[in-house]
Structure formats: structure tokens, C-alpha cells
Design a protein around this ligand. Structure first.
Ligand code: ADP
Ligand code: MG
Length: 403
């Protein structure tokens, strides 16, 4: 719970402390539709989110899930159809973007091509009516923060993509915003540069301990590296929000399990639950599982999904203790690991296993497959007509993930 959820005891106390206890960012039941009538698109539905000062929240979701729309609603680029956005307790829903005092960085840098780095950064300060004599100092400070002090005189075309993005970040920082929004800031960079920029963003975050950040990405690795909390989005809705570790360890939904880290989601029947330990049946196998607390608890004989992370599946000989017999269906070398698809005797669906290194194995090979004990974590079955695949459905690249 954020501090903003605390209710002051008296009106008097509320008057004194309002600004102190209000979250830096509030989305209050925000809805956005583009266009009208039959051609309209609902891009955001009943979106609620609070971000406190100093906190970084990642909006993570596939393309088209409404992330940029949410960010645009806060920045003032997109007009909410319903609901309100508030900054430190102030309703800014109808305020022009420039008056919100928010720093915004977008994927495409959006630098003025005819202006030198210095002038690009100074532009925002002029727009915010910063006194003339302060501008040079503020520009230098902002460029220094992103390691671009030596490039102030360069035009954007004389800078690499990564350098241009640093200038764009400096421009956002120069106004000393309390709220910083970043919309896929690394998406246009190559993989290696993305890694080093990710490190720089982590440092920047430490250098701005009071700034609230909203970081839009479709890349789970960025979300895991930067965010205190991750808000997972799907089809115009926020589906799950929690710390990265909680979402990773105990995914509340099959979508989050698959999107954040990739998962085998094996349909199962819950046989017995004792505390947070459960015994489940998958196909003809009985496995132990972790059963997180859920509202209403786990019903016995109820269906569930067993989430088994691919990197926890062990491949060995069929004679290994507790090994199930598996047949290799496909193998893809991914550099640091090899991804196998397997059918496993006694399990209904194919599973995915990520084994370290380059595993030289033929399609059709018979192997021993072992799950850890407990095999994974239980997830409530999806309600409705959504398909529950056993596959690793994550569209995002797979990072090296925490155990
Ligand atoms: P994301 O940033 O998660 O990729 P967006 O917020 O950009 O998603 O888009 C959400 C949905 O709204 C998508 O279906 C997209 O096609 C649609 N959309 C976005 N911007 C506009 C616009 N200006 N006009 C009409 N539809 C839009
Ligand atoms: Mg987007």
C-alpha cells in the first residue's frame, strides 16, 4: 500500500499534510477511447495506479496494450474520456502538457534536428520560463548527468542513437521534474547499447531519489532491472501490479506468469493444500507445488495451473531418481542456454526447458526430465474463454532471470 492510502484522522490534519501524503502520480479510473462511434478504439479501461515520490513503476505489456496511452494521459498528450489524473494531489486532467512540469522521454528521441544538443536541452527550460541567466548552468548540469557535457555543441545528426537519447533524457531532466515519464526509451537502440544504457538509467534513478518515474516497456528485462513495482498491462487494462519479485515468484495470473519470465503453465487438479504447500495432479503425475494465498483459498479437486519456470526443469538420464521420461521435440541454442521442447510421459502437454550452455541433443532423443520440488507455483485457472496454453507464451525476450 502506498502512503497515500492512509486517511488523516481530522480535516485539520488533512489540510496540513495533504501534499505530503498524496502520491506523486495518481491515475483515478482513467479511460481513453480514440475516435468515435463504430471506429472507436478503447485504449485504456478503468486504469488505476498510484506512484509515490522516489518510486519507479514499470508499465509492462505487449504492443497495443495501452501503455503509451496511459503515459500520454498523464503527460497531457491524450485526453482521458473518463476519470482523472493527479500530480501530488492536484487534478491536472485539463491542464496543458507544458504546465504539468513533467519530464518526458520517448523512444524516437524527438530532438530538433537543426538545434545543437545545448539548445535542445535549453528549449524545455525556455518553455518553462526559467530565467535566462540560469539556463546555461541548468543545461550544463543536465548534460553532465547523462555524461554528455562534451557534446553540447553537436547537432543530433552528429550524435549516435545512444547519445541522442542521452540528450533527450537531459532535456527531460533539465526542468528538474518531480515526475519523469519514459516511453520505451531504449527500444531504438541495439542490444549492447541497450544494456549499457540500462545501467546508466539505474544510476540516474539513484541520483534522483525523490523523483517518481513511470517507465513504459514491452521488455521484461528492463522492467525487472529498473522498477520497484511492475504494472502488467493487457488489452487496455492493468492486470497485475506488485513488486517485480512477487510477480515473478508468485504470478497472480497466467498472463503475468507467461509474460514475465516465460512459464510452463500445466493444467492440474489440486488434491490437497496445507498452508502454502499443495499436492497436485498433472496428467498422471502427482507433484508438490507452492500454493500462494488467494482470496477464497484453493478448493480441493479444483482446477489450477502449475507454473514451472523453464530454467528450473532439469534434463538428465531416464535412470535419474524421480525422472520422468521425455522426448525432445525441438531444440534451439540461445547462446547462454539451450531451449528444449519436450513431450513428457504422464503429462498432457509439451513443456519447455532451458538448460545452461550449448546442449548437443537430437530431436527425438529420450531423456530424463525432473522438476524441482516443489515443482512450481499454483496459479488460479483463467476464467472465461481464454486459452490456457502449456507453452511459454512470452513474446518478450528472455533475460537471465533470478532464481
Ligand atoms: P502500447 O503503447 O502499449 O503499444 P498504445 O497505448 O499505443 O499501446 O495503443 C493502445 C491502443 O490504442 C492500440 O490498439 C492502438 O492501435 C490504439 N491507438 C493508439 N493511439 C491511437 C490514436 N492516436 N488513434 C487511434 N488509435 C490509437
Ligand atoms: Mg507504446
Amino acid at each position: 500500500m502506498s502512503v497515500g492510502d492512509a486517511h488523516p484522522r481530522s480535516v485539520f490534519a488533512a489540510e496540513i499534510t495533504t501534499t505530503a501524503i498524496e502520491p506523486a502520480i495518481v491515475f483515478d479510473r482513467v479511460g481513453v477511447s480514440y475516435g468515435r462511434g463504430r471506429k472507436s478504439t478503447v485504449a485504456l479501461t478503468d486504469f488505476n495506479l498510484r506512484v509515490t515520490a522516489g518510486e519507479t513503476v514499470a508499465l509492462l505489456g505487449p504492443s497495443g496494450s495501452g501503455k503509451s496511452t496511459a503515459l500520454g494521459a498523464l503527460a497531457g498528450f491524450v485526453r482521458p474520456t473518463t476519470g482523472a489524473v493527479r500530480l501530488a494531489g492536484r487534478d491536472v486532467t485539463d491542464l496543458s502538457p507544458a504546465k504539468r512540469g513533467i519530464g518526458v522521454v520517448v523512444q524516437s528521441y524527438a530532438l530538433f534536428p537543426h538545434m545543437r544538443a545545448h539548445d535542445n536541452v535549453a528549449f524545455g527550460l525556455k518553455a518553462h520560463r526559467v530565467p535566462r541567466k540560469e539556463i546555461d548552468g541548468r543545461v550544463a548540469e543536465a548534460l553532465a548527468m547523462v555524461g554528455m557535457a562534451a557534446y553540447a555543441k553537436r547537432l543530433p545528426r552528429e550524435l549516435s542513437g545512444g547519445q541522442q537519447q542521452r540528450v533527450a533524457i537531459a532535456r527531460a531532466l533539465a526542468i528538474r521534474p518531480k515526475v519523469l515519464l519514459l516511453d520505451e526509451p531504449l527500444a531504438a537502440l541495439d542490444a549492447q547499447l541497450r544494456q549499457s544504457m540500462l545501467g546508466e538509467l539505474q544510476e540516474l534513478r539513484r541520483a534522483l531519489p525523490d523523483t517518481a518515474m513511470l517507465y513504459v516497456t514491452h521488455d521484461q528485462a528492463e522492467a525487472l532491472a529498473l522498477a520497484d513495482r511492475i504494472a502488467v498491462m493487457r488489452d487496455a487494462r492493468l492486470v497485475d501490479i506488485d513488486t517485480a519479485e512477487n510477480l515473478w515468484r508468485r504470478p497472480p495470473s497466467d498472463f503475468t506468469a507467461a509474460f514475465l519470465g516465460g512459464a510452463n503453465l500445466l493444467p492440474c487438479t489440486v488434491n490437497r493444500v496445507s498452508g502454502t504447500a499443495a499436492l497436485v495432479t498433472v496428467g498422471t503425475s502427482t507433484l508438490r507445488a507452492e500454493a500462494p494465498d488467494i482470496p477464497g483459498g484453493w478448493g480441493v479437486d479444483a482446477p489450477g495451473l502449475l507454473c514451472v519456470r523453464p530454467h528450473t526443469v532439469q534434463i538428465g538420464a531416464t535412470s535419474d531418481r524421480n525422472a520422468m521420461r521425455g522426448t525432445v521435440v525441438s531444440t534451439v541454442w540461445r547462446g547462454a542456454s539451450t531451449r528444449l521442447r519436450l513431450t513428457v510421459d504422464g503429462l498432457g502437454d509439451e513443456i519447455t526447458a532451458d538448460v545452461p550452455g550449448h546442449l548437443d541433443i537430437e530431436v527425438g532423443a529420450i531423456v530424463g526430465v525432473r522438476f524441482p520440488d516443489p515443482a512450481g507455483v499454483l496459479i488460479p485457472p483463467t476464467i472465461g474463454a481464454e486459452t490456457i496454453g502449456a507453452a511459454v507464451t512470452s513474446a518478450a525476450p528472455q533475460p537471465d532471470v533470478p532464481k
